[in-house]
Design a protein around this ligand. Structure first.
Ligand SMILES: [Zn+2]
Length: 252
């Protein structure tokens, strides 16, 4: 048997897997009841033009149906799934096919919980090694109920998940444009140094922890105070517009 036969077989299998991945079914559509939850409570969705709302619905549906949902001491209600998926979609919808595949499980706690990892009370966290996103529902709702205070734990944790997903070598690796990401990191380094030096700064102090926290906090300001953010830190704001492929100041 020629040595070529096994090579051709391996290539054929790899091609088939890639074909199935690219042409997989678009997933179940949102039900009428799920769409009602979106239009009633998802502020970001309400503000978008109709064509973009359809794209958000597709992302919400994929996220809702492809993740494994676990309630910590309570069932995860349909409304919780739709709203957490809508939060993810707020970041994901401008990126075709991006689903945060590394993060397969979403754990929902009723409210603030003690993390087994840090031993401290948490409103949410991302566990990249386990591929898990954890959210306290009470704090999640609080984040959207006060939609202009730049505190939103849902967006904060989804931003962390997006940041890790970009770094992890899988099908969704490097979707953040490397040139824009390098520019972002340079600006973030400058701002983090300002916060650490206690110079006047716009973001809350926690953004000065490190690059990952700076990004997560910036995403909260980006969606909750886009115009004030643009005014206060125009270069940083426009870098984030490029990186995240959307401009909330032009929508809100
Ligand atoms: Zn964080």
């Amino acid at each position: 048997m020629s040595i070529l036969v096994p090579i051709i077989l391996v290539l054929a299998v790899a091609y088939f897997i890639e074909f199935v991945r690219k042409h997989r079914s678009p997933g179940v559509q949102l039900s009428a009841a799920q769409r009602v939850i979106l239009s009633k409570y998802a502020i970001h969705y309400q503000r978008l033009p109709a064509a973009e709302q359809r794209r958000v619905e597709a992302v919400v549906s994929a996220f809702l149906h492809r993740k494994e949902w676990m309630g910590a001491g309570m069932p995860v209600a349909e409304e919780m799934k739709v709203m957490i998926a809508a939060c993810a979609a707020q970041l994901l919808f401008p990126f075709p096919d991006l689903e945060l595949v590394h993060f397969q499980r979403i754990i929902v706690y009723p409210d603030t919980y003690r993390s087994p990892r840090s031993g401290r009370m948490h409103q949410g966290e991302v566990r990249p090694q386990a591929g898990v996103i954890v959210i306290s529902w009470d704090d999640f709702v609080h984040g959207y109920a006060h939609s202009r205070d730049a505190h939103n734990v849902g967006l904060h944790e989804m931003a962390h998940a997006l940041w890790f997903e970009n770094l992890i070598r899988n099908d969704e690796h490097e979707f953040l444009e490397p040139r824009l990401l390098a520019q972002w990191k340079a600006l973030a380094t400058r701002e983090v140094a300002k916060i650490k030096a206690r110079e006047p700064h716009y973001f809350r102090d926690y953004a000065g922890t490190n690059q990952a926290e700076f990004f997560a906090v910036a995403v909260e300001y980006f969606f909750e105070q886009p115009r004030v953010f643009r005014e206060a830190l125009p270069e940083v704001y426009h870098a984030l517009v490029g990186l995240l492929r959307q401009d909330p100041a032009e929508v809100a």
